[in-house]
Design a protein around this ligand. Structure first.
Ligand SMILES: [Zn+2]
Length: 171
């Protein structure tokens, strides 16, 4: 994978990096990622793979905590937004905040899908569907391989305060 300078990325723009804007993206070398990710984590996050339904780590997880990006460790989803969709993948009705996730619309024939990548590092996470199965109308269908779950008991107190502030003042 080529390193790409996304320093002028605009987070609010969906799609491919425009080359102009504000937010920096984190990049890693292929060598580093191959050494610290499992084969499955690499395939899913770097090659937009999909792990098998039901045969993955978090689809039935009911613990309280936060799901971080496996590649860059950014906090992406809270267990508060997780629900059992019956699909066999961890499913959420919303991310921790909208700017953590980037949507990329893909059209193939008559089918439109929306891919989700980590806004911080471009790791492939999964897809979001608007099929009316949640109160937000969004169903984020994620790969466990893209996520690292940190149980609530292991989250430092300061991090909790910050998460609470983010919930009450979305900016
Ligand atoms: Zn990331």
């Amino acid at each position: 994978m080529q390193l790409c300078d996304h320093r002028f990325w605009r987070a609010e723009q969906a799609g491919v990096c425009s080359g102009f804007g504000g937010m920096a993206k984190v990049h890693y070398t292929e060598e580093e990622l191959r050494s610290r990710l499992t084969k499955e984590q690499y395939r899913v996050t770097q090659e937009a793979g999909t792990e098998p339904a039901f045969a993955n780590e978090y689809h039935e997880n009911t613990e309280d905590g936060v799901y971080h990006c496996i590649v860059c460790d950014e906090a992406l989803f809270s267990s508060e937004n997780q629900f059992n969709s019956g699909t066999g993948w961890p499913s959420f009705d919303a991310p921790i905040s909208n700017d953590k996730i980037e949507n990329r619309t893909q059209r193939k024939w008559f089918i439109t899908t929306v891919e989700n990548v980590c806004a911080n590092c471009d790791a492939h996470l999964g897809h979001v569907f608007s099929d009316g199965r949640t109160t937000t109308n969004a169903r984020y269908c994620m790969n466990s391989a893209s996520l690292n779950f940190v149980p609530k008991a292991e989250i430092p107190a300061g991090a909790n305060d910050r998460a609470d502030e983010m919930e009450t003042s979305p900016n």
